[in-house]
Design a protein around this ligand. Structure first.
Ligand SMILES: Cc1ncc(COP(=O)(O)O)c(C=O)c1O
Length: 459
């Protein structure tokens, strides 16, 4: 291309209003919400970067699919179109729809985990960890060493520590029903996993006779990074790379709210007939019949079409480039972020930006609240609030204290992102004056969704 600017590969077809608000209004709103950004009325948010999950814009062809949805209880043609679309990328024998990713996790771990078992992952996402632990099993994170240093620029910081996996499986293979790899590694900064790392993990799993599953929420973004960054992969089609990834695994869990480009949905897929039978029985108990799994036929159609669109190169180039645009601007402003920029989000390093707030006073929460108060930008703490509470009720600092600015797919324009950059610069300039927080109310698991906080007096 003769031009530098990578444009959005779409034009806008219908619009939603953003409600403008003042800092005074937002300060009141966040105080009423107990300083928990999940408790805000989203009308009070101007730029919503809380999550990229289910918040993207669907395409014309997805909306057309919604019209075509067949709501037959059993055997709907919409299910078969969905399953064909999934298998075109992930040719697993069994494809089981679920209403979202955590339902797939709940069903799988209820079927195969339990007390005494251990599930390794490069890094468990919060719901994945909670669903493993809810069965009484242990969730073990084995990220590569580079993941611990937010400033280290490594092309595949999502990789699993293969040597650590080998050590674990030498000791406890009999306790490990499955090894998981999360692509991209959301809790570890949205960083990709290389094909070489997946192949090495596969080799260790095969040697120890343990199946390998993918938490594949952002598989297309991960495949794009492989295409861009991994030796020998440049110029390949993303679909082929995805199929190479799938061929290394025995199954997957998926939230279609990410790289399914849909607002709801997910699935569980696998080759093992016995596991699939157990999962289908649980599905019927909690989600619905095996050909709809808690979804309407129209949702299955939206996912089927989304999967065709998400591997499109124009889309992925724009997607990854527009996230990097935000990351690069913040880096130029000396605002510490996890390097390199992830696929779906920029992760601000709150611990580095707010060194005066100790981890157990939640620097990530402090930064997220400040971004909201200043500019109505809603991000998400990924740190000690999310991961600090241990199964025994004690608390310890998470490995990192980050604020994730997740970019919904095909939703915001460059000027929205330019505004976010200005808000970040404003907050960073007054970082030393931001207060820490304490929790005044919390749930025993996944506390970040509902906890209430109180700001501490400034030091
Ligand atoms: C890596 C990862 N796994 C699992 C999930 C859970 O998916 P869902 O929100 O659809 O339940 C998410 C959601 O953000 C995720 O990022």
């Amino acid at each position: 291309m003769p031009f530098r600017t990578i444009i959005e590969p779409f034009r806008i077809h219908s619009v939603e209003p953003l409600r403008m608000s003042t800092p005074q209004h937002r300060k009141k709103a966040i105080a009423e919400a107990g300083y928990n950004l999940f408790a805000l009325h989203s009308d009070d948010v101007m730029i919503d970067l809380l999550t990229d999950s289910g918040t993207g814009a669907m395409s014309r062809d997805q909306w057309a699919g919604i019209q075509r949805g067949d709501e037959s209880y059993a055997g709907s043609p919409s299910f078969y179109r969905f399953a064909d679309s999934v298998r075109d990328l992930f040719p697993f024998r069994h494809v089981i729809p679920t209403h979202q990713g955590r339902a797939a996790e709940k069903i799988l771990f209820s079927a195969i985990a339990g007390p005494g078992k251990a599930v390794p992952n490069n890094t468990h996402f919060d719901t994945t960890r909670a669903n493993v632990e809810a069965t009484g099993a242990e969730a073990i994170d084995l990220p590569c060493a580079e993941a611990a240093d937010p400033a280290a620029a490594h092309p595949f910081k999502g990789n699993m520590d293969v040597a650590a996996l080998d050590v674990l499986l030498r000791k406890r293979a009999a306790d490990v029903p499955v090894v998981f790899v999360t692509i991209t590694n959301n809790s570890g900064g949205g960083q990709p996993v290389s094909l070489a790392n997946l192949r090495a993990v596969r080799e260790v799993c095969t040697r120890h006779g343990v199946p390998l599953f993918l938490d594949a929420c952002r598989f297309a973004e991960n495949a794009w990074f492989i295409r861009e960054r991994e030796a020998g992969q440049h110029g390949r089609s993303v679909r082929d790379i995805v199929r190479d990834i799938a061929a290394l695994a025995d199954g997957m869990t998926m939230s279609a709210k990410k790289d399914g480009l849909a607002n709801i949905g997910g699935w569980l897929a696998m080759n093992d007939d016995d596991w699939a039978a157990r999962c289908r029985n649980l599905l019927i108990l909690t989600e619905g019949f095996t050909t709809y799994g808690g979804l309407a036929g129209r949702d299955l159609e939206a996912i089927a079409q989304g999967l065709r669109e998400v591997v499109h190169h124009d889309y992925l180039q724009y997607r990854i480039r527009s996230t990097a645009y935000l990351g690069e601007a913040l880096t130029r402003l000396d605002i510490p972020i996890v390097q390199p920029t992830g696929g779906h989000a920029v992760y601000l390093d709150a611990r580095a930006l707010l060194p005066h707030i100790p981890p157990l006073r939640y620097p990530g929460q402090a930064l997220a609240v400040a971004l909201y108060e200043a500019g109505g930008v809603r991000g998400c703490e990924i740190g000690t609030v999310m991961f600090g509470r241990q199964p025994d009720g004690s608390e310890r600092p998470a490995a990192l204290d980050l604020v994730r600015l997740a970019i919904p797919r095909r939703t915001y324009t460059q000027s929205h992102i330019d505004y976010v950059i200005e808000v970040c610069a404003d907050v960073a300039a007054r970082a030393a004056a931001l207060p820490g927080y304490r929790i005044i109310e919390q749930a025993p698991a996944l506390r970040h969704f509902t906890a209430r906080f109180e700001p501490l007096p400034a030091q």
